[in-house]
Design a protein around this ligand. Structure first.
Ligand code: GTP
Ligand code: MG
Length: 332
């Protein structure tokens, strides 16, 4: 069994590799009047995408790349022609909202806390100390979506090497579905650094285009790479900028494909807090604002776990207690 699991994970990694290779989108280099030298200058000045050119001013491009005004105008026009600016009708938005689903793994206390389950089309952030159950919930969601819909696929972007095939098998057995099939329908990709993590998030749309019924996208952990790569006060602004971009990409993935995006986050201690809980999620407001649902997890009495919903726009704040078991996540 172990060898087989390995094989499956390898297959999946290969699949993600192939997707990385297929790149058809228009690059800055493809715009009229842009040669290698101009592209390099533009990049150095922070123009890293066709979108950044499309929304630039003529003067901005002239200053950045030294091209004439006419060329700059043509570049902007071509960039704009190439952009799908993403307008859609209110009816489209309404129809999409009608399709929102609630994903559950059979823990009714958690389902009730979340108004019926984890919502698709939104980001749910789960933060809490080590061992509080963030990664276990990720695995349970990857199986839970398949219990509800046998064709469902879960994408697991693994930044800390915490994906465990055996936990998928355990939960699948607990839920009474075929463990082999459950494993096959989890697409795992290891993210080696924050840029790689951001790229993988952008590639989820390709999986959907290939016809996979992606229902859940997991990023475990959302912040570990960012935290490790940007150390010290001086780098905080850059870190937050990148994290912001990543969160917006994940929001887009959730919204466009009606998938549940589940991200985990560590906490850091706040030594200045004497009352209440002296911990705060990493990433601050940027992560908090982009997440529709925020769950704070902590260890409770008798080995239980306590989930608390924070600042939900349409659900009452409350708490849910549960146990992490081998084959399931059970009510306390
Ligand atoms: P960090 O990633 O370290 O921040 O923690 P986390 O919040 O992701 O913790 P995780 O979800 O990995 O939870 C770990 C806990 O899950 C363990 O301490 C166990 O209590 C429980 N757990 C993990 N695997 C099993 C299992 O096979 N059986 C049982 N009964 N419990 C398990
Ligand atoms: Mg974890």
């Amino acid at each position: 069994m172990k060898a087989k699991e390995k094989e499956i994970v390898n297959d999946i990694e290969l699949e993600m590799e192939n997707i990385k290779e297929e790149k058809a989108e228009v690059k800055i280099m493809d715009l009229p009047g842009v040669g290698a030298a101009t592209a390099e200058k533009l990049e150095a000045a922070g123009y890293d995408s066709v979108l950044s050119v499309a929304v630039s001013t003529i003067g901005g491009l002239v200053d950045a790349s030294g091209v004439g005004e006419n060329v700059a105008r043509k570049m902007i026009q071509a960039a704009r022609d190439n952009m799908d600016m993403g307008f859609e009708s209110g009816t489209d938005v309404f129809n999409r909202r009608q399709k929102i689903e609630k994903i559950s793994f059979g823990c009714s206390n958690l389902d009730n806390l979340l108004g019926g389950g984890f919502e698709t089309g939104a980001i749910t952030e789960c933060f809490g100390e080590f061992g509080s159950g963030k990664t276990q919930i990720a695995h349970a969601l990857a199986v839970g979506c398949q219990v509800q819909d046998p064709t469902a696929v879960a994408v697991f972007i693994d930044t800390e090497n915490t994906f465990r095939p055996d936990r998928i098998i355990d939960f699948a057995k607990g839920a009474g579905i075929d463990p082999d099939k459950a494993l096959k329908n989890v697409k795992v990709a290891r993210a080696y650094n924050s840029d790689h993590q951001m790229l993988l998030a952008e590639k989820v749309g390709d999986l959907v285009k290939k016809g996979l019924n992606v229902k859940v996208v997991i990023v475990d952990s959302l912040t570990a790479h960012f935290r490790a790569e940007f150390i010290g006060r001086g780098t905080l602004a850059v870190r937050q900028q990148k994290l912001n971009k990543h969160m917006h990409e994940l929001l887009r993935v959730a919204d466009m494909n009606n998938v549940l995006v589940y991200v985990t986050n560590q906490v850091m201690s706040k030594p200045d807090v004497f009352f209440g809980d002296p911990t705060a999620a990493i990433g601050g407001h940027i992560v908090a604002h982009a997440s529709t649902f925020r769950i704070y997890l902590r260890k409770g009495k008798k080995g239980s776990r306590v989930a608390k919903l924070i600042d939900s726009p349409n659900l009452p704040d409350g708490e849910a207690m549960f146990y992490l078991e081998t084959d399931s996540i059970k009510d306390f």
